[in-house]
Design a protein around this ligand. Structure first.
Ligand SMILES: [Zn+2]
Ligand SMILES: [Zn+2]
Length: 154
Protein backbone atom coordinates (compact mmCIF):
# COMPACT_ATOMS: atom_id res chain seq x y z
CA UNK A 1 0.00 0.00 0.00
CA UNK A 2 1.02 3.60 -0.57
CA UNK A 3 3.20 4.74 2.32
CA UNK A 4 1.34 8.02 2.43
CA UNK A 5 -1.72 6.23 3.82
CA UNK A 6 -1.61 4.63 7.24
CA UNK A 7 -5.30 3.72 7.49
CA UNK A 8 -7.54 1.65 5.25
CA UNK A 9 -10.76 -0.37 5.30
CA UNK A 10 -10.66 -4.14 5.24
CA UNK A 11 -10.67 -4.35 1.41
CA UNK A 12 -8.21 -1.47 0.95
CA UNK A 13 -10.47 0.64 -1.26
CA UNK A 14 -10.84 3.38 1.35
CA UNK A 15 -7.43 4.76 2.25
CA UNK A 16 -6.67 7.77 4.36
CA UNK A 17 -3.97 9.24 6.53
CA UNK A 18 -3.58 10.18 10.16
CA UNK A 19 -0.93 12.78 10.94
CA UNK A 20 -1.28 13.32 14.69
CA UNK A 21 -1.33 11.33 17.87
CA UNK A 22 -4.39 9.36 18.98
CA UNK A 23 -6.49 10.73 21.84
CA UNK A 24 -7.49 7.36 23.27
CA UNK A 25 -8.86 3.96 22.41
CA UNK A 26 -12.09 2.46 23.70
CA UNK A 27 -14.30 -0.59 23.39
CA UNK A 28 -17.97 0.22 22.83
CA UNK A 29 -20.51 -2.52 23.44
CA UNK A 30 -23.61 -0.55 22.38
CA UNK A 31 -26.02 -2.37 20.10
CA UNK A 32 -25.43 0.12 17.27
CA UNK A 33 -21.71 -0.57 17.33
CA UNK A 34 -22.39 -4.29 17.46
CA UNK A 35 -24.58 -4.08 14.34
CA UNK A 36 -22.35 -1.59 12.54
CA UNK A 37 -19.22 -3.66 13.08
CA UNK A 38 -20.80 -7.10 12.89
CA UNK A 39 -18.87 -7.85 16.06
CA UNK A 40 -19.54 -8.20 19.80
CA UNK A 41 -18.17 -4.67 20.36
CA UNK A 42 -16.39 -1.86 18.56
CA UNK A 43 -12.66 -1.34 19.03
CA UNK A 44 -12.19 2.33 18.19
CA UNK A 45 -9.41 4.89 18.37
CA UNK A 46 -10.15 8.61 18.48
CA UNK A 47 -8.23 11.41 16.82
CA UNK A 48 -8.72 15.13 16.46
CA UNK A 49 -10.32 15.79 13.09
CA UNK A 50 -7.55 18.24 12.23
CA UNK A 51 -5.06 15.36 12.45
CA UNK A 52 -6.82 13.17 9.87
CA UNK A 53 -6.91 13.59 6.12
CA UNK A 54 -10.31 12.05 5.44
CA UNK A 55 -10.84 9.60 2.56
CA UNK A 56 -12.46 10.54 -0.70
CA UNK A 57 -16.18 11.00 0.20
CA UNK A 58 -17.25 9.25 -3.01
CA UNK A 59 -16.06 5.89 -1.72
CA UNK A 60 -17.55 6.20 1.78
CA UNK A 61 -21.24 6.05 2.57
CA UNK A 62 -22.12 7.94 5.77
CA UNK A 63 -25.10 7.10 7.93
CA UNK A 64 -26.36 8.67 11.10
CA UNK A 65 -27.50 6.40 13.90
CA UNK A 66 -28.56 7.21 17.39
CA UNK A 67 -27.81 7.09 20.18
CA UNK A 68 -25.16 8.34 20.55
CA UNK A 69 -26.05 11.49 18.64
CA UNK A 70 -23.99 13.38 16.13
CA UNK A 71 -21.90 10.44 14.99
CA UNK A 72 -21.61 9.96 11.24
CA UNK A 73 -20.64 6.37 10.53
CA UNK A 74 -18.96 5.70 7.23
CA UNK A 75 -18.75 2.37 5.46
CA UNK A 76 -16.70 1.53 2.38
CA UNK A 77 -18.97 1.41 -0.66
CA UNK A 78 -16.90 -1.49 -1.96
CA UNK A 79 -16.65 -3.91 0.99
CA UNK A 80 -19.46 -2.46 3.12
CA UNK A 81 -17.29 -2.62 6.21
CA UNK A 82 -16.75 0.28 8.65
CA UNK A 83 -14.20 2.73 7.29
CA UNK A 84 -14.23 5.85 9.43
CA UNK A 85 -16.63 7.80 11.64
CA UNK A 86 -16.71 11.40 12.71
CA UNK A 87 -18.31 13.26 15.55
CA UNK A 88 -19.07 16.93 15.99
CA UNK A 89 -20.40 17.76 19.45
CA UNK A 90 -20.12 21.44 20.18
CA UNK A 91 -18.11 22.75 22.02
CA UNK A 92 -15.74 19.81 21.68
CA UNK A 93 -13.16 19.77 18.90
CA UNK A 94 -14.34 17.74 15.93
CA UNK A 95 -13.32 14.12 16.29
CA UNK A 96 -12.59 11.27 13.96
CA UNK A 97 -13.24 7.73 15.15
CA UNK A 98 -11.31 5.00 13.39
CA UNK A 99 -11.91 1.27 13.85
CA UNK A 100 -8.59 0.24 15.41
CA UNK A 101 -8.23 -2.60 12.90
CA UNK A 102 -8.16 -0.03 10.10
CA UNK A 103 -5.04 1.63 11.47
CA UNK A 104 -2.09 -0.02 9.81
CA UNK A 105 0.57 1.69 11.92
CA UNK A 106 0.67 -0.06 15.31
CA UNK A 107 2.36 2.99 16.83
CA UNK A 108 -0.90 4.88 16.29
CA UNK A 109 -2.99 2.36 18.23
CA UNK A 110 -2.72 3.01 21.98
CA UNK A 111 -3.59 0.56 24.72
CA UNK A 112 -7.37 0.57 25.27
CA UNK A 113 -8.57 2.83 28.07
CA UNK A 114 -12.13 1.80 28.89
CA UNK A 115 -15.29 -0.10 28.00
CA UNK A 116 -18.55 1.78 27.46
CA UNK A 117 -22.12 0.50 27.20
CA UNK A 118 -20.77 -2.59 28.93
CA UNK A 119 -24.33 -3.47 30.02
CA UNK A 120 -25.05 -4.37 26.35
CA UNK A 121 -22.11 -6.76 26.15
CA UNK A 122 -22.43 -10.04 24.28
CA UNK A 123 -20.10 -11.69 26.77
CA UNK A 124 -18.05 -10.72 29.80
CA UNK A 125 -14.58 -9.30 29.19
CA UNK A 126 -11.89 -10.45 31.57
CA UNK A 127 -9.61 -7.41 31.55
CA UNK A 128 -8.87 -4.80 34.21
CA UNK A 129 -10.16 -1.79 32.26
CA UNK A 130 -12.90 0.40 33.70
CA UNK A 131 -16.33 -0.73 32.51
CA UNK A 132 -19.13 1.79 32.24
CA UNK A 133 -22.80 0.98 31.91
CA UNK A 134 -25.87 2.68 30.51
CA UNK A 135 -26.29 5.75 28.40
CA UNK A 136 -25.34 8.49 30.85
CA UNK A 137 -22.70 6.46 32.64
CA UNK A 138 -21.05 5.68 29.33
CA UNK A 139 -21.39 9.21 27.93
CA UNK A 140 -19.95 10.77 31.07
CA UNK A 141 -17.01 8.35 31.16
CA UNK A 142 -16.35 8.88 27.48
CA UNK A 143 -16.59 12.66 27.82
CA UNK A 144 -14.34 12.69 30.84
CA UNK A 145 -11.74 10.58 29.06
CA UNK A 146 -12.01 12.80 26.00
CA UNK A 147 -11.52 16.03 27.91
CA UNK A 148 -8.55 14.55 29.72
CA UNK A 149 -7.00 13.42 26.43
CA UNK A 150 -7.61 16.80 24.80
CA UNK A 151 -6.01 18.55 27.77
CA UNK A 152 -3.10 16.15 27.63
CA UNK A 153 -3.77 14.32 30.87
CA UNK A 154 -3.17 10.61 31.11
ZN1 LIG B 1 -13.50 -1.54 1.71
ZN1 LIG C 1 -21.17 2.15 20.43
Amino acid sequence: MDEHYNCQCSCGEVKFAVHGRPLFRAFCHCTICQAFNGAPYADITLFRARDVAMPNPEIVEYKTYRPPPAVQRGVCVSCGRPAVEFMDIFPMPKLVIIPSANIRDAALVPDPALHIFYNSRVSDIGDDLPKHNGYWGSQLAFGHKLIGAILGRK
